[in-house]
Write a protein of this length. Structure first.
Lengths: 423, 508
């Protein structure tokens, strides 16, 4: 009798995943708070990874009826190296009943933080919990006017460009074998007979001639089998399936003039990062366009966007104009969901601000899903803010603006900006 | 040389299914020679992650879902990842057939060790020890767990995850006082559970209704009603009492209380036989593998790896070590079984004085008797020898909160042996480590409040967390719950009271 050995390694891998998600669900409040704290502290690129989360141990303890401290207790310990019967000693400071410092968790009611690691997905889920961009689903999506063509086997009719040669030729070869088979068999038999007749010493001329005639007829018939027949033709079939638009483009617009110091840029960067991560969860494909500006705007890559140093004054409208050009040139079609995020310290040439508002109201806002403006300053709002403020009423739901002073303000602001709308 | 080599069961450290099967054959043959009586067993190869899953579910292959298991999983995973613990290389399930898990990361030597330890050591203990025989039904547990999981999943669908979770929370909080300690629980069986579950539902509800129907009979003589207590005898199994008598529970809630109670009962023997059981398994893996070595079936490399792991498991750090966290049940158990064998085979004068019955007796028979008929508490009280107390350098400390200082009242010397042994045995008495709380009374004719009474042992108070547990009790009972504290002299005081507004809620 040999033992039964079962290999379970391929079985249900995440047996505890339900329990794990129940746990996270139950302590969502505490976990969310821990996540918010973590965001305020951590660097930007870390957002792609999970997070170690600590929640208070007493919140998640599982209480039972137990004895507390006090009363009379005897406890037996090993390794006596100095005690004699009747020795007395002070209680260890922690209140443990045993001497020495051994018993770290006396009663199982650990009040230490319970620390565990959230996976990236769990982390982001909580991070983005309750958040949704307004008009998240483009109106066009409901109509579905994008189609994708996918292969769907073969048909016997179609246009010549879709002829599938391999399938067609394979079919033709098969047909030729099938139809020509009987002829070939008969031919071989006649050939053999003919050779037999020729080998006989006085050759029977009449018989030979009859056989030769018959062979000629059969050969003609065999060759008459068409090499290819309309019946053999096969066409690759393609069908159209509706394709919801799952791509978005995100414009990051930032003021890099002298008044934007490194600290403010870092704050702006976090904001862009959050927006990117959020879009990442809702769209399959996202393009990001970085536009930086001082008095002139230019499109740059991410590295330059965040790290190059510029000086000089500020003309915001230059960036808006460039953005409009890029949209019309590259993202004009209805398949793109367009999101814009603009970060600035609020400085602008005074007479440029009204122009910015007009540009936004007339040419940009009608094209985009959402336009978010954050002003990073610890002082009073400046003229750009006052101009933009007028847009919040006229374009409610598409345009939003917020004020940020500290790094820790970013998360609440982000939530405020993208709070799930009832609409 | 070449002749000896050919006798090896397998070579190298990577395991294969064939090598494991060969080891199992050989170990099984030796175990049989020693007369170990085991359930059939089945070996299952699993990954580290699955091992952590199994940890979280207390080793059960199927279990219902609850957040606390998720918490345990995270805890284990975290400690494992930080390298604070190795996973125990084995988990074994008290079922028939007995299931032993082998972790895929283990080397071949470790797999052999696990087979000897779990599939023969623990397995024979499960089959032989009276606690397991009396309290658990190895042939039915898996079926019952399947029933429990499906039933609870169904309840979650019908009544919502939150409602079920709240109920299970309450049951878990009471689970250590939800076991029968003195009478045998009827065996579990899947078919019986299934067929009887429905009629039990109807019947129980009728019973409960009946109990409460007598309530408003105002014509009954008042004095007589005062005298009659319910329950007539205090009930120590709180969950059982709730299941049978809580007035407001729905039938499905009663069934879930019953399920958690039954599963808690299943684990009760394990809590009471840790030292014996682990020591037994360690003794047998040690003995079986050494016998293999003596027969030349395994080589020196195998033994070195095995001994390294074995000594880690049975190491007892002294009280002053920073790794000390109480007495290691593996160490104590292993040493005791080794010592019993020594007393049987090579007794000295002291042994003959202390253990006249077993000194010089047949060690296999002595083992069999001890394994079958004891639990930790009585096992230590019976078999802990003075020599072992000296080896462990045990000492006993008295902590009396009415005294300013701790007192060492017994050490490993002639006057101390008996007290030391008694104190250590008492340390493994669940009856005194779990607080003694019983259902004292139900105010049948008044506000239906439930009174629990805590009978203090050695003046030990309840921990502050008990108040939270009382809330769970109140949510199960549905009416007010009181917790009283009774001192040995019979005086009692009210510790806490939890009022429930649930009745109004359900009415409104």
């Amino acid at each position: 009798m040999t033992v039964r050995i079962v290999d379970r390694r391929q079985d249900s891998r995440n047996k505890s995943s339900i329990n794990r998600s129940r746990f996270i669900l139950r302590f969502k409040g505490q976990i969310r708070k821990a996540v918010a704290d973590a965001i305020a502290k951590r660097g930007i690129r870390d957002l792609q990874s999970g997070e170690k989360i600590g929640i208070p141990g007493k919140d998640i303890s599982e209480p039972q009826f137990r004895h507390g401290k006090g009363g009379v207790r005897e406890s037996v310990h090993p390794g006596n190296d100095r005690f004699q019967s009747g020795d007395q000693m002070d209680r260890p400071p922690s209140g443990n009943q045993g001497p020495g410092s051994g018993q770290a968790s006396p009663d199982g009611e650990g009040l230490d933080d319970f620390v565990f690691t959230l996976t990236r997905d769990e982390f982001l889920d909580i991070f983005f919990d309750e958040l949704a961009l307004p008009n998240l689903v483009k109106r066009q999506l409901a109509r579905i006017d994008e189609f994708k063509r996918v292969r769907a086997g073969y048909t016997q009719s179609g246009v010549p460009t879709n002829i599938n040669l391999v399938r067609t030729m394979r079919g033709a070869a098969g047909r030729r074998v099938a139809v020509g088979g009987p002829y070939a068999t008969r031919l071989r038999a006649l050939q053999a007979e003919l050779e037999g007749a020729l080998d006989e010493m006085p050759a029977d001329a009449a018989e030979v001639e009859r056989l030769q005639r018959e062979i000629a007829v059969l050969k003609a018939r065999h060759e008459a089998i068409p090499f290819i027949d309309p019946f053999d033709l096969r066409y690759s079939n393609r069908i159209r399936i509706p394709q919801p638009s799952t791509q978005a483009v995100m414009f990051c617009v930032m003021d890099v003039s002298g008044s934007m110091d490194e600290n403010r840029k870092q704050m702006a960067k976090r904001f862009f990062m959050l927006l990117y991560l959020f879009l990442n969860r809702n769209y399959e494909h996202i393009e990001v366009v970085f536009i930086r500006h001082h008095t002139v705007a230019e499109e740059v890559d991410e590295e330059d966007f965040f790290h190059s140093r510029e000086t000089g004054g500020t003309i915001v409208s230059s960036a808006l104009k460039l953005m409009h050009q890029v949209i019309s040139a590259r993202y004009g079609s209805s398949v793109w969901n367009i999101y814009c995020a603009q970060a600035s310290d609020g400085d602008n040439w005074n007479d440029d601000s009204p122009q910015c508002r007009n540009l936004l109201a007339e040419s940009i806002l009608p094209l985009v899903q959402y336009y978010a403006y954050i002003e990073i300053t610890d002082g009073e709002p400046q003229n750009l803010w006052h101009e933009y403020e007028r847009l919040t009423t006229s374009h409610a739901g598409v345009f939003a603006m917020q004020h940020i002073a500290e790094v820790s303000d970013i998360y609440p602001v982000f939530r405020e900006l993208f709070r799930k709308r009832l609409v | 040389m070449s002749k000896k080599k050919s006798r090896l069961i397998a070579e190298g450290s990577d395991w294969t299914v064939e090598a494991i099967a060969r080891y199992d054959d050989e170990i099984g043959r030796i175990a049989n020679d020693y007369g170990l009586d085991c359930y059939r067993h089945q070996l299952e190869v699993i990954t580290a992650e699955q091992m952590m899953d199994a940890y979280a579910a207390i080793g059960m292959p199927v279990y219902y879902h609850h957040w606390s298991f998720g918490k345990h999983f995270l805890e284990t995973e975290n400690r494992y990842k930080r390298g604070q613990m190795g996973l125990a290389y084995e988990i074994v399930i008290n079922s028939d057939p007995c299931i032993a898990y082998l972790m895929e990361e283990n080397t071949l030597t470790m797999q052999a060790l696990v087979i000897a330890h779990a599939a023969y050591g623990h397995n024979s203990f499960f089959k032989g020890n009276h606690m397991f025989k009396q309290w658990t039904s190895a042939d039915a547990i898996i079926d019952y767990l399947v029933f429990a999981r499906n039933y609870i999943a169904e309840c979650e669908e019908r009544h919502g995850v939150d409602a079920v979770e709240q109920l299970i929370d309450a049951c878990h909080a009471l689970s250590n006082l939800g076991v029968d300690r003195y009478k045998r629980s009827p065996p579990l069986s899947l078919e019986k559970e299934k067929t009887r579950q429905r009629e039990r539902e109807a019947y129980l509800q009728a019973q409960v209704n009946d109990l409460w129907r007598t309530l408003p009979r105002h014509d009954a003589p008042f004095a007589e009603a005062e005298e009659k207590r319910f329950p007539l005898e205090p009930e120590e199994n709180l969950l059982y009492f709730v299941e049978k008598n809580a007035p407001l529970l729905e039938p499905w809630q009663r069934e879930i209380v019953r399920i958690t109670r039954k599963i808690g009962q299943y684990f009760y023997p394990q809590r009471q036989t840790q030292v014996m059981n682990e020591g037994w398994a360690c003794f047998w893996h040690y003995t079986l593998l050494n016998t293999l070595y003596d027969e030349g079936k395994v080589d020196d490399g195998f033994m070195l790896e095995f001994l390294q792991s074995h000594t880690n498991v049975v190491y007892q750090p002294p009280y002053s070590s920073k790794w000390y966290s109480g007495i290691n049940p593996y160490a104590l158990g292993f040493a005791m079984w080794q010592d019993i064998r020594r007393i049987c085979e090579r007794p000295d004068a002291e042994d003959r004085e202390w253990f006249p019955d077993i000194a010089g007796a047949d060690w296999r028979e002595t083992f069999d008797f001890a394994m079958r008929n004891f639990k930790d508490e009585s096992f230590i009280a019976q078999y802990l020898s003075p020599r072992l107390m000296r080896e462990f350098r045990l000492f006993s400390v008295l902590d009396d909160d009415s005294q300013a200082k701790l007192k060492v009242d017994a050490i490993h010397d002639e006057p101390g042996y008996r007290a030391l042994r008694r104190n250590l045995a008492e340390q493994y008495n669940l009856g005194s480590s779990d607080p003694n709380i019983q259902v004292w009374n139900v105010d049948l004719r008044g506000d239906r409040s439930l009174t629990l009474r805590h009978f203090a042992h050695q003046r030990r108070p309840l921990s502050p967390a008990s108040l939270t547990v009382l809330e769970h009790m109140a949510s199960l009972w549905g009416f007010n719950v009181r917790l009283e504290h009774q001192r040995p002299d019979g005086e009692w005081t009210l510790l806490a009271e939890r009022k429930t507004e649930r009745r109004k809620q359900s009415a409104g």
